[in-house]
Design a protein around this ligand. Sequence first.
Ligand SMILES: [Zn+2]
Length: 231
Amino acid sequence: MLENLKKEAFETNLAIVQHKLVVLTWGNASAIDRASGVMAIKPSGVAYDTLTWQDMVLVDLEGKVIDSKLKPSSDTLTHLEIYKGFVEVGGIVHTHSPWATSWAQAGKSIPVLGTTHADHFSGDVPCLPPLTLGQVEEGYEKLTGSTLVDHFLSNQINPLHIPACLLSGHASFVWGKSTAKALENAIALESCAQMAYHTLMLNPAANFPDYILNKHFTRKHGKDAYYGQKG
Ligand SMILES: [Zn+2]
């Protein structure tokens, strides 16, 4: 079981490189087994080309390493806060993919400007302000995750409807019910970030009607979805 969890996290860590969301070691992916309360995540600072599935580090929900000599990713506590706050999430992808990261560095949410975005995200992908000096000193990684969760809860954003968030001056965290879904959402985010940039360059006043946004999101998601094949 946990061997499979490690393999799942490993495959996702390879996939984010294959999909050009990660260069060097600028990213990490994790998978959680809710039944045992265990997360598998990439080890800290290990080059992707030498990584094996056995290197994935298992930690409990408090971040305690279960069975590894390797240190888990330095973003481990952020991943755990997102899993604890969003109980339906099964996989998380964190990358410094260039287009999404450009928006994060500009401190700007990615606006929904067309149906491509609307098929994956039911509204703007928010960009959170940087943590304060006090928060960074108190617990940078943990508070990065908990402020992200708080933002979604306090603004009543369904994390499965907008499964991504930008952090000012940093990059994105993207999630999904499964690691496969988290990966798909990360690919979609990067592409939507690139298109939004070009759209606003061509027309700074570009606008997308809410009723088409709602139509596109609900035909792919939720109880009345009808996109794709049955079963
Ligand atoms: Zn990062």
